[in-house]
Each structure stands twice: as C-alpha cells, then as structure tokens.
Design a binder for this molecule. Sequence first.
Ligand code: FMN
Length: 340
Amino acid sequence: MRLDANAPRLILAPLQGFTDAVFRTTFAEHFTGFDSALAPFVATMPAERIHDRYFRDLLPERNQRLRIEPQILGNDVEGFILVGRRLGDLGYPDVNWNLGCPFRPVTKKRRGAGLLPFPEQVGDFLEKVLPAIPGRLSVKLRLGLKSPLEILKLLPVLNRHPLREIVIHPRTARQMYGGRPDLEAFELCAQASRHPVVYNGDIVSLRTYNELSARFTDVAGWMIGRGALSDPFLPEAITSGAEAASFNVQRFQAFYEDLFGRYREALSGPGHLLDRMKGFWTYFGVHFQKGAALCKRIHRTYHLPAYLELVARFFEEEAQWVAVTPGRASGDAECPAADG
Ligand SMILES: Cc1cc2nc3c(=O)[nH]c(=O)nc-3n(C[C@H](O)[C@H](O)[C@H](O)COP(=O)(O)O)c2cc1C
C-alpha cells in the first residue's frame, strides 16, 4: 500500500519458486515498503490445458495483502490473448509480458529473452495482442539475448505501441545473473524509451538504492528481487531512508516462522517443504554472520526433524545480522544456487 506519495515506488520482483502468494502475503504482513508485486510468470498454453488451478496463485482472495500484476511468458498471439482475458476475468486487466527469461529451453523457442533479437516479431505480436486484451500491457526485459545492443533496436518498436511501462534488468540473457548490471546501457535505454521505465537488478542495500536513485532521477519505479529475499528489511529501509533502525533478528525470525508454518500447510510432504526451505536459505543466509555455514548444513540435510533442529539452534545461539557485502544478492558462491 502506498501511504506516502513522495516515497519511491517499490515493486517486488517475480522469482519463480519463491515469491508466490504464500511468500507475498507473509512478507507484506511482516514488512512494509513494497507497493505491489509482479507475480512469477504463467506460460501461455493451448485452451484445453488451461484449468482454473493454473491461476490458483493469482486468485484475488490469495492476494489480499499486496497488490499484484500477473506476468505472462510466451510468444503465441492466441495463447497470450486467451490467458490475458482469463486474467482480466479474475480482476487483472493489466498484465506484464516476460521478455527476460534467460534459460535456454525457453529462449531457444523464442520465448522470454529469446525474442529480444527479433524486433519485427515483437512488433507484430504487440499489434495483434494489444487491441485484444482487456487492459494495458507492461513489458519486463533484459538488454538482449547475447548482446546488450539488441535492446536499442527493440526500443523504437516498443515506442510505437501504447505500453503502460517497461521494466529493464540491464543484463543480457547470456550473463544470467553474473557480472554487474550495465548501468550505462540502462541510462541509454531510459533516454530512448518514451514509456515510463522501471529499474531492476542488484538493489541489495540502501546504499545501492541511494546511488542508483541519485543517478537515475526519472525512473518510474524500482523492482527488487533477491535483495529483498536476503534482506526483507530493505524495502522499509529505502522508503524510510533509515537503514540502521531496520535490522532485527526477532522480527526476521517471526517472519520466517510464519512462512515455514504456511508452507508446511500448503505443500504436500516434508520433501517438498525441505526443498522449498533450502531454496529460501540460500537467500536468508546472506545477511547472517554464520549464514553461509548454516546454508551448507541445511543443504546437506534430508530429514525435516534435523532441519528443524538446525534452524532452531541457529536462532537460539548464532543468528547475528550483518550488513551486506556488495555483489552478494543471493548466496551464490557460498551455497548451491537457487536461481532456477
Ligand atoms: C529464482 C528466480 C526466479 C525468477 N523468476 C522470474 C519470473 O518468473 N519472471 C521474471 O520476469 N523474472 C524472473 N526472475 C528475474 C527477477 O525477477 C529479476 O529480474 C532478477 O533477479 C534481477 O533482479 P534482482 O537482482 O533484484 O533479483 C527470476 C530470478 C530468479 C533468481
């Protein structure tokens, strides 16, 4: 909820396998700062395969605490219109198009970032889709599939169409999540776009946010993913401008316990629950002094009781919050990667 019109607009990034309705709701109950969330993508598919349960995570009753915008991944016009209309019926006329997914099985079918080198196909798609969906479209994209210059050929095409906004994660798909976001390229894109532009990528601390917001004064919003999973106090620190007041292990633990309890109810069986928690700890571990060691121990655990004991002991004896080391938005080198 946006309480202060002057506060920066912060959007929770979509992280498939992490920022689902359970996470979004629990997060918004424990922390403030986000205005809305972009939900992880639903993919287009043939009409006969689209069942109600496909949209379960997006149902309005499961998303009362944090406003969401759904995201669609796909390149087939018919399929996109179909999913767009179903989402419109659910109460989401505005949707986002995923042009950023970097994974080879997706990109080789010219979906996600795989479409970035093909501006004509994108233009053709927009021409047909825009008049046929119930609301407005926004686009989330990277700089290119292989080259950061691809976006410069795409932007004139996007400029010709009435988009709500574009979200730019200034990396190529080939980079995946490595290296640094290309801020020079972002600057060029922000100048070349006639649509409002949202910045996304590696906002992991108040300092990173302050640096970016001082440099890019015209952006329409800031999208934060891994940084908020590693430091759930970050959106609050950004909107209040005060980092130090935010860190609080007890508040983190209360959030974690609610999250765990809800996944325990929602997921079928201890294996799924443990897998989900292993994923979260690759991020949660980042800000704790012995977080990397805990994360490794958790990843070597295959039984729920052992996991519960590890985490309980950690909170009792070891949990100490530390400021972030730049470049460690996720537990990358320290822990098996969760970036699916
Ligand atoms: C595990 C994982 C899942 C992701 N799922 C999606 C997704 O469903 N849709 C999307 O547009 N981006 C997805 N992304 C990309 C993020 O939304 C975001 O663009 C990227 O992580 C950079 O932002 P950050 O540094 O703030 O995390 C995903 C990233 C990760 C690590």
